[in-house]
Design a protein around this ligand. Structure first.
Ligand SMILES: *Cc1c(COP(=O)(O)O)cnc(C)c1O
Length: 387
């Protein structure tokens, strides 16, 4: 399906709402019925029509159709946050006594689920270095039901060979789920590579303006149906109509934003790589990246998120660098219009800071929609304080 068609037309039905170009925000909790038989049908199959907005809602339907098509998936569900999508996708595919294999250091709230919530149900998780396909095979047990991937990872950008992992899982009847937030389906299509459930946070590039949270779970009709009937309705954390409308709005400009951000990042990366205070960068589409070949093979692009390694022995230098940035802001998240920085050392007790450990000197950078020269000048002046 044509990308422009998906973003501008698919799922929209303008003749039914006054020929308005922008879709209406159907801000309603419930829907009216004239016939008892129709109501009975809706009770039996809540996915078959509008009954109550915890299930289906017309504004959300437009978004669902677009996001499923973007992922090349049969169907999708949109959640109130990426974390909710992760929770539901995992929860729907494990039961007491099962075993999960996950990449090491997945997104915080996926890891928290594996470490804190699933053990309460007797479900165990093995973390592996997902770079090698042998590690997936070796970690698999008789009771393994789920493989959890995140490619690239959002701190060190480690990749998995998605096709190879999916193919092995299929042979063993193991469900595969991936966090595809970094690439978005514009730059990586996991479903086409054999993954069962493709998750992305919509808070980042889909929303794109740092003003809305959302999460997406794409998969087969059967799998999505199962999650709708159970986790979606039961958790009650589906996206709200107004937030869905903001995401439809974000989607209109997604390709243009990713394109601009990619080009800006390319310029900034060139500057960073030449800078004497930068020991290295971690960016999947940079030639220095250890998995560069795999990245080129399975990703169409990489946008604004990367990690720089500051050349210093002192935590204080990293602190000063971050606090000297005038335009690039210090905040969590990414994918919006604004450039951001977040130092790894903010999560490490100061006394534990070890300059020999490269990771302690990581600063994760996100480059947004600003002019590249504006960002480079800001980085240049802030790096000048690094000793
Ligand atoms: C932000 C993020 C999430 C979670 O999304 P929320 O919308 O914040 O709940 C999941 N995975 C990755 C890689 C993220 O960066």
């Amino acid at each position: 399906m044509d990308l422009s068609y998906i973003l501008n037309e698919l799922g929209e039905d303008r003749e039914h709402y006054f020929n308005a170009v922008a879709p209406p925000i159907v801000q309603t909790s419930n829907f009216v019925f004239k016939r008892v038989d129709d109501l009975a049908k809706a009770f039996q199959d809540e996915m078959g029509g509008y009954l109550y907005s915890r299930g289906l809602n017309p504004t959300v339907e437009i978004l669902r159709k677009k996001l499923a098509a973007l992922d090349g998936a049969e169907d999708c569900l949109v959640w109130n946050s990426g974390a909710a999508a992760i929770f539901a996708g995992i929860f729907a595919n494990v039961k007491s006594g099962d075993h999960v294999v996950s990449v090491k250091s997945p997104y915080t709230w996926a890891q928290r689920m594996f470490d804190v919530i699933l053990p309460r149900f007797g479900i165990t998780t093995t973390y592996i270095d997902g770079k090698k396909i042998e590690n997936w095979e070796e970690a698999t047990q008789n009771n393994t039901t789920l493989f959890y991937l995140e490619s690239p990872n959002s701190w060190d950008f480690a990749l998995q060979d998605i096709k190879a992992v999916a193919a092995f899982a299929k042979k063993r009847n193991i469900i595969t789920m991936i966090d595809n937030s970094y690439c978005t389906p514009l730059y990586q299509k996991p479903i086409e590579m054999g993954i069962d459930l493709s998750m992305q946070t919509a808070t980042k590039y889909i929303g794109g303006h740092s003003d809305v949270l959302g999460g997406v779970l794409c998969g087969s009709k059967i799998m999505i149906r199962k999650i709708f009937d159970s986790e979606y309705l039961n958790i009650g954390s589906g996206v709200q109509p107004f937030n869905a409308w903001l995401m439809i709005r974000g989607l209109r400009t997604l390709p243009a934003r990713l394109d601009r951000i990619s080009r800006t990042t390319g310029e900034v990366v060139k500057f960073l790589k030449r800078h004497p205070k930068i020991e290295g960068i971690l960016f999947p589409l940079d030639e220095s990246f250890p998995q560069y070949e795999l990245a080129k093979r399975q990703m169409k692009g990489a946008c604004g998120l990367l990690t720089i390694i500051i050349k210093t022995r002192k935590r204080d230098s990293i602190v000063k660098f971050c606090e000297s940035l005038k335009h690039i802001m210090m905040a969590v998240s990414w994918g919006g219009h604004e450039s951001l920085a977040i130092p790894k050392c903010s999560g490490i007790p100061p006394n534990d800071f070890d300059p020999e450990n490269k990771e302690h000197r990581y600063v994760r950078m996100y480059f947004g929609m600003e002019d590249p020269l504006y960002l480079i000048a800001d980085l240049d002046q802030a790096l000048s304080v690094v000793a």
